[in-house]
Design a protein around this ligand. Structure first.
Ligand code: 5GP
Ligand code: ZN
Length: 114
């Protein structure tokens, strides 16, 4: 998907502050951080949202989740806690149509979200 900004970030065509990458996933700092630590984790392979995932993606999604936990530890936010979430569709406010998980930490967050 050449017009997808997150595909372009994964391909290195758009600059980003990458904190982790491997053959399956890329993690980079959000351009407009909502917390002291705000990292986005994406699959390299284009997928519109979690709603587009299938059984074939179980290994990818498990891997991505464990990478998020590893980054939580390496960012030093695991002890105080963090939030890992993905917005799906318009009601959730998804603005970039490439599956991404937000890893947010470094401050107290409220529940339920607005
Ligand atoms: P969504 O609203 O879709 O859940 O989250 C999209 C996120 O992507 C937002 O937090 C936004 O700040 C971030 N974002 C959008 N464009 C870029 C970009 O070009 N680079 C980076 N690093 N983050 C981006
Ligand atoms: Zn994409």
């Amino acid at each position: 998907m050449s017009d997808c900004i997150f595909c372009q970030i994964a391909a290195g065509q758009i600059e980003s502050d990458i904190v982790y990458e491997d053959e399956l996933v890329v993690a980079f700092r959000d351009l407009n951080p909502q917390a002291p630590t705000h990292i986005l984790l994406i699959p390299r392979q284009h997928m519109g949202s979690l709603d587009a995932a299938s059984d074939e993606d179980i290994q990818l999604l498990g891997h991505l989740t464990l990478v998020a936990a590893q980054i939580g530890r390496s960012e030093g936010i695991a002890e105080d806690g963090y939030r890992l979430l993905t917005n799906v569709g318009p009601d959730a406010g998804q603005s970039v149509p490439h599956l991404h998980f937000h890893l947010l930490g470094g401050r107290v967050m409220h529940w339920p979200p607005g």
